[in-house]
Design a protein. Structure first.
Ligand code: GLU
Length: 489
């Protein structure tokens, strides 16, 4: 094993088969963090050798996801390395060259069978209740390979393999795990099994971080390493990410979201990185909030857990709020303005209004989507338009009828008219002594409703500061008039 913390070369090697979800990004993050921790190299390699499964646009999506999270790669699809392109479909001659060396060693041969013949072998094995292994049908003599047939590995030694996994410790599997796997398909493309081994070797990858579902195939990989005569890298098998009920791996069907949807919802990249790092890894202390720099400094392969990790949405929200609290008011304002909700509060016409709401919104939300919902629900309409509401809403629950609020609202008008400085603290100093004398709910409830027209809104002082003195007095007068006219009808 390479001693810990020598510069590591890691890679994230997605197949471009659709959007990236949490699982893929977590793998990328761990590979990135370890490379950074050790002052090494992080590679993004595109494994596009299964042309049938490829989804157009996936590469751009992968790049955009990593870019959003700040997982900058040293080599990638648009940054070739000294070893050439990081896109497998652009590396076919390299796999051919490695395949030729195996043929020359007598360790690879063209598959002579038709699909029907293979089906026959499979059916016979099933009838006899034994596992189907291609190597049981290996031809006695190998014909020359003309590239039109699949090229198979001749497993160099049928034996039990025992190997080390940095997370799982010693692992072992018997010879039944070995078979004459396909190396190059009839279409000329290599299989994943073959290509990733060639590439990891060519690219100098020291640590393979990937989902632990690949453990079952590792003996097959080891037989390919042995056939090629190349040393094993360090295997780092990452625990699965589970659904809430812990019964199954979280998959697209269980609501695993496109990672970029989190961006749309307003999760900060640093919060997402912090959250994903804690999904299957822990620092060995109680610390949960990490900046990116702190993560790079703390990340240690030996603290990657074996057990599956459950995605905890509440934890993500909490972390996002913590990371939001580090934004300056100006940055928080820009963050809010990224909302795509069509609301006048976000328009230039109200460019002076939103800043005064920043402290309140900061307190009220953990993620921008909560602000979006509040905007759509009309919670911030008070800031841009005169509220319309039913007079009954002014009724404080302890009052006998809505008319009881009238003298209090009139008193508030008197008090507030005298205000010279229109700030949060100053307004509290004017209103609170009166509210404490008469009853807080009795005063603050009708005040808040008169200003917002809603049962739910920011506190009355925020409302007053946001809309200003003239609008405040105007809305209070309107409320008085409403109650007055009600009282007379
Ligand atoms: N292309 C494989 C996948 O997307 C990568 C596995 C690996 O990292 O070796 O699952």
């Amino acid at each position: 094993m390479t001693p810990n913390n020598l510069p590591a070369v890691t890679r994230f090697a997605p197949s471009p088969t659709g959007f990236m979800h949490i699982g893929g990004v977590r793998t990328a993050l761990f590979a990135y963090l370890y490379a950074k921790r050790t002052g090494g190299i992080f590679i993004l390699r595109i494994e596009d050798t299964d042309k049938e499964r490829e989804v157009l646009g996936s590469i751009d999506h992968i790049k955009a996801s990593l870019e959003w999270l700040g997982l900058t790669y040293d080599f990638g699809p648009d940054k070739p390395g000294p070893w050439g392109s990081a896109i497998q479909s652009e590396r076919l001659p390299i796999y051919q060259r490695y395949a030729q060396t195996l043929i020359e060693k007598g360790l690879a041969y063209p598959d002579p069978y038709t699909p029907e013949e293979v089906e026959g072998f499979r059916a016979a094995a099933a009838a006899e209740k034994r596992p189907f292994l291609f190597r049981d049908h290996r031809p006695a003599t190998f014909s020359a390979w003309d590239g039109t047939r699949p090229l198979r590995l001749k497993v160099p030694e049928i034996k039990r393999y025992t190997w080390q996994d940095a997370v799982r410790g010693e692992l072992t599997a018997g010879p039944e795990a070995l078979d004459d796997v396909v190396l190059i398909k009839a279409d000329g493309y290599p299989t994943y099994n073959f290509a990733h081994i060639v590439d990891d070797h060519e690219m100098g990858v020291t640590h393979i971080m990937r989902a632990d579902e690949f453990i079952a195939s590792t003996p097959k990989f080891l037989s390919i390493y042995d056939a090629l005569g190349i040393p094993y890298p360090i295997f780092v098998s990452l625990p699965p990410i589970l659904r809430d009920d812990r019964t199954k791996k979280l998959g697209k069907r269980d609501g695993a979201k496109d990672i970029l949807d989190y961006r749309t919802e307003g999760y900060l990249p640093d919060a997402m990185v912090n959250f994903l790092a804690m999904t299957g890894w822990n620092p060995g202390t109680d610390q949960e909030f990490f900046t990116r720099e702190e993560l790079v400094a703390a990340f240690d392969i030996h603290r990657i857990q074996r057990a599956g990790a459950v995605v905890n949405d509440d934890k993500l929200l909490w972390l996002n709020k913590q990371h939001l609290s580090r934004l300056s008011d100006n940055d928080f304002l820009s963050y809010l303005l990224e909302s795509t909700v069509d609301h006048p509060l976000l328009s230039v016409a109200h460019a002076d209004t939103l800043p005064s709401l920043v402290p309140t919104i900061r307190e009220r939300i953990s993620v921008r989507s909560e602000f979006d919902t509040a905007l759509m629900d009309g919670e911030y309409d008070f800031a841009v338009t005169q509220p319309t509401y039913d007079t009954a809403l002014l009724l404080w629950k302890k009052d006998p009828d809505v008319a009881a609020a009238l003298p209090r609202l009139e008193r508030l008008v008197q008090l507030l008219t005298q205000a010279t400085v229109w700030g949060n603290e100053e307004l509290k100093a004017i209103v609170m002594p009166y509210a404490e004398e008469v009853g807080k709910g009795e005063v603050l409830w009708p005040l808040r409703v008169a200003l917002s027209g809603r049962a739910q809104s920011p506190d009355p002082f925020t409302l007053m500061v946001t809309i200003g003195k003239a609008a405040t007095l105007d809305r209070l007068a309107t409320a008085c008039a409403k109650i007055g006219s009600n009282a007379t009808t």
